[in-house]
Design a binder for this molecule. Structure first.
Ligand code: SPV
Ligand code: MG
Length: 432
């Protein structure tokens, strides 16, 4: 009896899956590699049906002899572990995003004499509608809100990119690349005060009010499903912060990060070049406590951001604040720095982790940009936020286009560098 292996990467089982399972079972003893929640979240989107439920469903199907976890879209680990004689797949992966995954499967099979059998892919007319349904479910507040906490349990680090409107939200939602046989994407969005303000032509001084910030979030939410972290600046007055927290939680935002500053807030990357004041530990703790008390669910995270290194107050102050904020109930600590070297961030992580291995640590590597996500994870970091990169890439591109038109007195030269009209017309589909 030959050993047959089929990987199921979907959280929706339809007639196409049943058909390929029964054909695979005809070839020998069939093992199904069920993709773990983390693997599905990585390459596709967060699953709507949990790994355990999917295993139960799949193992009850006719022809299935065994179910094993597959923890990556890359088959290598499982193929080398189970050495199936035959791998079965639909022929849809010959081209498109999964083609490199197929190429790697062929290479591994060749290494031990296994074989790939492909059956014609059954197009299910309902597939698009089912996918749209799944996305609608995932975008609902109670689904989306808890996603960050779920991701923190699954993945280290969770990677977050800045979004400041619907369009940049779509970029964070949909951008995927193939890397080392895996398909990867960002986990969620950071609604940055710098980028939200800049996009509105305003300085980053808490001038854009919460009504406007919430409107930005709403625009992003309308077209995405991924979790959102709001840059809440100083959080404002305690009396105002509790209202903000309630509203964010109700909307389905996953976390707010507030920084320990008072008075006129300026962007942290100015450091001590401008006058900015750090608030007292007591004031910050009071705000954290009030925010936590205002919550209705266990899902929403109030994260405290420490500005001690930015304001050159020293490591001891940063650590003392971190411990106090965690004690006050903070669900995570963001430690910020504007140094080019990551040394002080790594030192903070090391000292913090000596006594606390649980509280999530968050970093924003705008200046210490050479550090990779894997290195951050090794230092105990749980969330990496790329805080301003979409707006920083868009602005020079737009300015260049404006200059090209001025220089040439026409738009032909600019047209060569911009997206074709046909593409922009169809970029956003009319109905989903
Ligand atoms: C932001 O993105 O607005 C931030 C991060 O607060 S930073 O600009 O580095 O202060
Ligand atoms: Mg900010």
């Amino acid at each position: 009896m030959k050993k047959v292996y089929l990987s199921l990467s979907s959280d929706v089982i339809h007639n196409g899956h049943i058909k390929i399972i029964s054909r695979a079972a005809e070839l020998g003893e069939l093992t199904i590699g069920v993709l773990t929640d983390e693997a599905i979240a990585r390459f596709k989107r967060f699953p709507t049906v949990s790994y355990e439920e999917r295993c139960e469903l799949v193992s009850s199907l006719k022809g299935v002899s065994a179910v094993v976890p597959q923890d990556s879209i890359d088959y290598e680990k499982n193929l080398l572990k189970y050495k199936p004689d035959i791998v079965v797949h639909g022929d849809d992966w010959v081209t498109g995003t999964q083609a490199p995954v197929r190429a790697k499967v062929l290479k591994v099979l060749e290494s031990y004499g296994g074989e790939l059998v492909e059956f014609p892919y059954t197009i299910n007319p309902m597939e698009d509608a089912m996918e749209a349904d799944a996305r609608r479910i995932l975008s609902m507040p109670e689904q989306r809100r808890s996603r960050l906490k779920q991701l923190l349990k699954m993945k280290k680090p969770v990677t977050i990119l800045e979004a400041h409107n619907g369009l940049t939200g779509l970029i964070v939602e949909n951008t995927k690349i193939e890397k080392n046989g895996e398909i990867i994407q960002f986990d969620g969005m950071w609604v940055s005060s710098l980028c939200d303000s800049t996009a509105k032509g305003k300085p980053d001084i808490e001038l854009v009010d919460n009504t406007s910030r919430l409107n930005t979030i709403d625009q992003i939410m309308e077209v995405t499903t991924k979790p959102i972290i709001l840059d809440g600046d100083s959080g404002g007055l305690v009396e105002h912060f509790v209202f903000l927290v309630k509203t964010l939680e109700r909307m389905g935002v996953s976390a707010v990060i507030i920084e320990d500053k008072e008075g006129l807030k300026k962007n942290s990357l100015f450091g001590t070049e401008v006058s900015q004041t750090q608030c007292s530990i007591e004031t910050m703790c009071e705000k954290i406590k009030a925010g936590k008390e205002a919550l209705t669910t266990q899902d929403f995270m109030v994260i405290a951001r420490i500005e001690s290194l930015i304001l050159e107050q020293g490591m001891e102050d940063a650590i003392a604040r971190a411990r106090a904020y965690v004690k006050a109930g903070a669900d995570g600590i963001m430690i910020h720095s504007r140094q080019k070297s990551p040394d002080e961030i790594f030192e903070f992580c090391r000292i913090f982790r000596e006594k606390d291995q649980v509280t999530p640590l968050i970093v924003v590597p705008t200046t210490f940009n050479m550090v990779t996500e894997a290195e951050f994870a090794e230092h105990g970091v749980n969330i990496v936020i790329y805080a301003n990169h979409l707006i920083r890439s868009a602005f020079p591109a737009m300015q260049h286009t404006a200059e090209l038109i001025l220089q040439n007195g026409r738009c032909m030269e600019a047209d060569k560098e911009v997206m074709p009209i046909k593409q922009i017309l169809t970029l956003i589909p009319e109905a989903k």
